[in-house]
Design a binder for this molecule. Structure first.
Ligand SMILES: [Zn+2]
Length: 101
């Protein structure tokens, strides 16, 4: 399981959500990279009982993920996925769709 983020092709700065211009070097060329887990920074419990978590990953990339397959608390490390699929293991689901024309 992995989650995709964007990396500047020039200075390697990492971003999610994706950007059109790198805020560090103004480059407009990016590559995709991925990460397999994130550290839970904060948890929000929704009215329907679903948890969402703010996760921090290397390069200071932050994701907001839907927690699947269990519950988490701040300080936990969980796997990340871009696939809602049939996963039953504890994971943070990050909706992601490529919108390339
Ligand atoms: Zn850059």
């Amino acid at each position: 399981m992995t989650a995709v983020f964007q990396r500047c092709a020039n200075c390697r700065a990492a971003y999610f959500p994706f950007r059109l211009v790198c805020s560090r070097c103004a480059n407009t060329s990016f590559i995709e990279d991925d990460v397999d887990s994130g550290l839970v920074e904060a948890v929000t419990l929704l009215a329907n009982g679903q948890q969402t978590a703010t996760l921090v990953c290397p390069d200071d990339v932050h994701f907001i993920a839907r927690v699947m397959g269990g519950t988490v608390k701040a300080g936990d490390r969980i796997n990340l996925t871009n696939s809602a699929g049939e996963e039953t293991a504890l994971a943070g689901y990050i909706p992601f769709q490529r919108n390339y024309a």
